[in-house]
Design a protein around this ligand. Sequence first.
Ligand code: LMR
Ligand code: ZN
Ligand code: ZN
Length: 353
Amino acid sequence: MTTTLTLIQPDDWHIHLRDGDALATTVPHAAGSFNRVICMPNLVPPVKTTEQAMAYRERILDALMASDLAQARKDAFDPRMVLYLTDHTTSDDIRAAVASGVVSAVKLYPAGATTNSADGVTDIKGRYSIFETMQEIGLPLLVHGEVTHSEIDIFDREKRFLDDVLSDIITHFPTLKVVCEHITTADAADFVLAQANNVAATITPQHLLFNRNHLLVGGVKPHYYCLPILKRQSHQQRLLEVATSGNPKFFLGTDSAPHATHTKESACGCAGCYSAVHALPLYAAAFEQMNALDKLENFASVYGANFYGLPVNTSTITLIKQAQTVPSHYDYLGDKTLTPLLAGTEIDWQVVS
Ligand code: LMR
Ligand code: ZN
Ligand code: ZN
């Protein structure tokens, strides 16, 4: 039985660090495990311009420097910025972003799909000239893949996006790099498998470990509530299969998404699971469940870098199979708290160095 796992240092290709005082908590947590992190741009206001992206990166680095992380982790941490696509983004905005060297991707939020997506795209076909430019430059399009019409069932929103929206984008832009972020269904897994190698997907720890029973049976559990919502067990099983299959189209993206505890434990609770600190032990548990710990390193540390055209990291991280209890909460935003995924429960793996 494997009890020690040494992996090439992983990267997180989908994380929310938020802004302002939140960075004092989220940045050292992310930098504890990951080198490159793709920082989602759904701030208030969103990161819509290169100038905003550069300023955001500086705020993240300031929080890193102010933290008490080991110097080696500070040196290794490399936050990468994403431009938030709106109905008004121009091709010149895209070219300027690439020229700056700090923007690694563009994010498509259908307006209203998730947290701070109100400024997202309302007319996706109206954005095709932008996709043309991105295809030409080779800049990846990251997609929160859910339709938003109120009459579409929440459990069907991802599949409908693939069928009604993404298929058409891919038909028109067959070499555009696309990442289907945080996929949650067998439909999405099979959709990605059916495309060429320029279409990939990230998978979160919660969508590998849980299904909608965890969210709903015995009462609604707000800390399992994220978007896209957890689906039925057969979808979870398919995600486990593709994540552990050794196919380079599937790689790590935690979607660690902090929301202060009181905003989740409320009648209209926020969507998002905070997993940055324990993400690797959680992924290890999922891979172990599939008897596929040997596939974890490529998923966590190699395939994403390859997709983004970056070298793999040269440092390593070590996990051991020894139980630990996830803290009940972290301090957040001064006087608030942040409840992590699986707060207060025992998990099997831990990061030791
Ligand atoms: C998402 O990816 O849709 C969520 O993580 C959004 C968020 O910012 O909480
Ligand atoms: Zn999303
Ligand atoms: Zn997200």
